[in-house]
Design a binder for this molecule. Structure first.
Ligand SMILES: *Cc1c(COP(=O)(O)O)cnc(C)c1O
Length: 242
């Protein structure tokens, strides 16, 4: 095993332990919480090593960075069946590209983006570039400050309805990042109420994507079904994404 492979294996074991402990403390089944590894700024060779360790869910924050990485992983590990997800802010003019590589988009926060992604997903299916609808999570801005993305909670239900009604898309659930400086427990307690309401209205919206390297325990306490972990698995990011 290379040094890097050993490092990643140890980090993965530690993250799995944290998830298991948080689930035990919350009385939850650890198989109900999936790990999405956020690979932004890290090379495809790292993703290949993570695939060797049995991981298959990877998240990227920028279309330009994801395109070559998705292709390179396919070359490095032709037998792997990764599922790539978009978790970063997305401009409408990238929708068509993202619909080619993404199994799901977690960062949908405006009606205009819903429209663009719906059209893009249908076009990608027509072109034989994807086999099914694009799974979409509506991204919530828990404190209403939309500067880092997300739809304020007051508009979240209407946006979820719009996704559920869009051809080409399937509403999969709700995603959020805890506001900077906020208590993640308080933030996720608020978030989970919105997510439960949306789940009642839309039975397919079962996913709650909450919790990252620093606050995955809080996410799990409040019902997260997907923790998005970058730093705790791959290490500190040196730069912003290329
Ligand atoms: C980068 C990123 C993460 C991972 O954050 P870490 O703190 O490195 O675990 C999770 N979610 C989103 C939306 C991100 O952009």
């Amino acid at each position: 095993m290379s040094d890097r492979a050993g490092e990643l294996a140890a980090a993965l074991a530690a993250v799995r332990e944290r998830i298991a402990a948080a689930c035990a403390a919350a009385g939850r089944d650890p198989t109900d919480v999936r790990l999405l590894t956020i690979t932004k700024t890290f090379p495809a060779t790292d993703v290949a090593l993570l695939a060797d360790l049995g991981l298959s869910g990877f998240g990227e924050a920028r279309d330009q960075e994801a395109i070559p990485k998705v292709a390179e992983l396919a070359t490095l590990r032709p037998g792997s069946e990764p599922r790539w997800e978009m978790v970063g802010r997305l401009q409408r003019n990238k929708a068509r590209s993202v619909a080619r590589w993404a199994h799901a988009v977690q960062s949908v926060d405006s009606p205009r983006l819903v429209e663009a992604l719906g059209r893009a997903a249908l076009a990608a299916v027509d072109a034989g570039e994807r086999s099914g609808p694009l799974r979409v999570l509506v991204q919530a801005s828990i404190d209403g400050d939309t500067g880092r993305g997300g739809c304020p909670l007051a508009g979240l239900d209407a946006l979820a309805d719009r996704i559920a009604n869009a051809d080409g898309l399937q509403l999969a659930g709700v995603m959020a990042v805890a506001p900077l400086g906020a208590d993640p427990d308080e933030a996720f307690a608020t978030l989970t109420e919105s997510a439960q309401r949306i789940r009642r209205d839309h039975p397919t919206a079962t996913e709650l994507s909450a919790g990252m390297s620093g606050d995955l325990e809080a996410g799990i306490r409040y019902g997260s079904t997907c923790v998005r972990v970058g730093t705790a698995l791959l290490g500190k990011r040196r730069l912003i994404s290329p």
